[in-house]
Design a protein around this ligand. Structure first.
Ligand code: SF4
Length: 247
């Protein structure tokens, strides 16, 4: 929940609330448990509001001073569109609207709940919000058309944990701008291993469709912790969408 993050594609992580419940196969080894239990809460209840709400304004001031944009991963310990966060969410939309030097990356496994939970002035999408869905298995692919039905400046897919070979081609028609890939982070013996050929295949799909690909993490020989250098066959594949071009 702090300012620093180990997630390569974001500068900050903001958790206005924490706590969730599992909705699909990708959730099996969800990492929120340890983090939340340390704070004396039961992770798969809630969500519970945190005390982090002033952090984005500080990050925004710094980004303005430095003349740079900063990415904020929103809700790494919950799901932004969780039904039980409905009362808290409008206040976060206010912060998002106010902090214009921050790009807010909102990743959900509940895209069916997005449309009814957007702010009234959403229009064609806030210019500083990127909306994404997790698809690590084919059975979650139905999340992509739901995402595509929502107006947004940037749409993205997180194929992490990548648990099987996935074919995104039918969806890559210019309305999805970015795909993240990565292995599952879980204990050895439990983790479901990712085949590098699945990553190569997605990279190829992205290249063919002109979609940015960010390869986040992999295990080397199923040992230790995931390596986050983005190397795929000796080349770093950690691209971001060209947001200027999408403007
Ligand atoms: S939706 Fe995300 S935070 Fe919620 S249980 Fe699944 S993996 Fe964990």
């Amino acid at each position: 929940m702090g300012e620093k993050t180990g997630i390569g594609w974001t500068h900050h992580t903001f958790n206005p609330w924490m706590g969730c419940n599992k909705v699909s196969e990708e959730c099996e080894f969800c990492y929120i448990g340890q983090n939340i239990r340390r704070q004396g809460k039961e992770p798969f209840k809630g969500p519970f509001a945190t005390k982090d709400w002033n952090k984005p304004r500080n990050w925004n001031r710094k980004a303005e001073r430095d003349g740079v944009r900063r990415r904020v991963f929103t809700c790494s310990l919950s799901d932004f569109f969780h039904r039980r966060a409905d009362k808290l969410r409008p206040k976060v939309w206010e912060i998002i609207r106010e902090c214009r030097s921050l790009d807010w990356l909102i990743l959900t496994k509940r895209p069916e709940l997005i449309a009814d939970r957007l702010p009234p002035d959403w229009g064609g999408g806030y210019p500083n919000v990127w909306l994404g869905v997790t698809v690590g298995v084919t059975s979650s692919m139905s999340r992509v058309p739901l995402l595509k039905g929502i107006p947004a400046k940037v749409r993205f897919i997180s194929a992490e944990p990548l648990l099987e070979r996935l074919d995104f081609r039918p969806h890559l028609d210019g309305s999805v701008h970015w795909i993240i890939t990565g292995c599952e982070q879980a204990k050895k013996g439990k983790r479901r291993l990712m085949d590098m050929d699945w990553v190569r295949d997605i990279h190829q799909q992205c290249q063919e469709a002109g979609v940015a690909h960010f390869f986040k993490q992999r295990y080397i020989d199923n040992k230790g912790r995931p390596v986050k250098d983005g190397l795929l066959d000796g080349v770093v594949r950690q691209e971001f969408p060209d947001v200027e071009q999408l403007a």
